[in-house]
Design a protein around this ligand. Structure first.
Ligand code: NAD
Length: 334
């Protein structure tokens, strides 16, 4: 029987892995390890037919040759990002890399809406008041209905299109700007011709464009200057698309009433790690955490049972496909 080795197994993947293994027990043997593909594992590949890993830092390009020497010509990366691989070096060694380009756009879309609801209905403030037995009603907790809002969606791809549909379901008026408008969405939203036009008359701006170099600080001070007073900004895309310093200035002058940030441009050392009782060395992040008008979450918008199951299923399906047919659906260096 062919054998797959799954490296970098996380606790939260265990149930999803068990499900995939149970569904394929007659076809393939699966070995799990929490370790990364390094050290002694490099000399234990001779009876392995396919691997999947979840590397987050650089992947040593010398390991490509070790894999090909063992007859393994494919790595299934269990994430959307594959920037940790030296693709020319992989090509030279004849190694194909696959990723999981989209594992649950609905999860991210629903989180963006969840955070919008939290800002609009001040749930964070209500919870903080009640925690100190302050049960008063005051203007700070008076909210609005979602159906009364005009929502601006920047980027209507896999995630933004779902955000638009959910807000449309609430009865909100949805506007959008995308470099490539999608005519299929015309029954749920109205496209405008520029980001500046989008921000002019909306209550909520939710960001769903890629964090590519050309999108650095697309949402900047001059864009935010176009907004009417009291805009809510939701970023579940990538930190880099939003100029954080500009956002803070616009929060200070009231143009932006509040923001919910699931991504932050310098999140690298912090998000996903436990910094309890340790000083943060990032004064901007410290400042954001201290503000009452900013909600921070550590890049968890995607993080649902469904997303983890899809990450596992899609990557392992690709490993099995490559073993059987020498190709897979999500090869990034064909
Ligand atoms: P996608 O490629 O399906 O859609 C992106 C859309 O943005 C496309 O329609 C594109 O035409 C448009 N676009 C690109 N640059 C633009 C610009 N400058 N102005 C206007 N439109 C522009 O992407 P997706 O899968 O929907 O992902 C959207 C974002 O969500 C990405 O930044 C991704 O990294 C992020 N994401 C976040 C999480 C999380 O947990 N927070 C998880 C996965 C993805």
């Amino acid at each position: 029987m062919k054998k797959i080795k799954v490296f970098d197994v996380r606790v939260d993947e265990q149930a999803a892995l068990k499900q995939w293994i149970d569904n394929h027990e007659d076809e393939v043997e699966v070995v799990l390890t929490e370790d990364s593909l390094e050290g002694e594992h490099l000399s234990q590949l001779d009876d392995v037919d396919g691997i999947t890993i979840s590397q987050t830092t650089t992947f040593d390009p010398n390991h490509f040759k070790v894999l090909s020497d063992n007859g393994i010509y494919h790595i299934a990366q269990r994430s959307a990002g594959f920037d940790m691989y030296d693709l020319p070096a992989a090509n030279e060694a004849g190694i194909k890399i696959s990723n999981v380009p989209s594992y649950s756009p609905q999860s991210i879309a629903e989180f963006a809406v969840t955070r919008t609801l939290a800002l609009v209905r001040h749930t964070d403030r209500i919870d903080r008041n009640v925690a100190v037995q302050d049960f008063t009603w005051d203007l700070d907790v008076q909210g609005r209905t979602i159906e009364s809002l005009k929502v601006g969606v920047l980027g209507t791809g896999r995630i933004g299109s779902r955000v638009a549909k959910i807000f449309n379901g609430f009865g909100a008026k949805v506007f959008a700007y995308d470099l490539a408008p999608n005519p299929d969405l015309e029954n749920v939203l109205t496209y405008v011709d520029s980001l500046e036009a989008l921000v002019k008359d909306i209550d909520v701006l939710t960001l769903h464009i890629p964090g590519s170099p050309e999108n650095k600080y697309v949402v900047n001070e001059s864009v935010l200057n176009q907004a009417k007073q009291g805009l809510l900004v939701i970023n579940t895309a990538r930190g880099i698309v939003l100029d954080t310093d500009a956002l803070i200035r616009k929060l200070d002058d009231g143009t932006v009433a509040a923001a919910a940030l699931d991504t932050y441009e310098n999140e690298g050392p912090y998000f996903k790690n436990d910094w309890t009782n340790q000083p943060l060395e990032d004064p901007v992040l410290s400042h954001l955490l201290e503000r009452d008008d900013v909600l921070i979450s550590p890049h968890v918008a995607f993080y649902t049972d469904e997303a983890v199951q899809n990450l596992v299923d899609i990557s392992l399906d690709d490993v099995l496909s490559y073993i059987k047919t020498q190709t897979a659906d999500h090869i990034v260096n064909p």
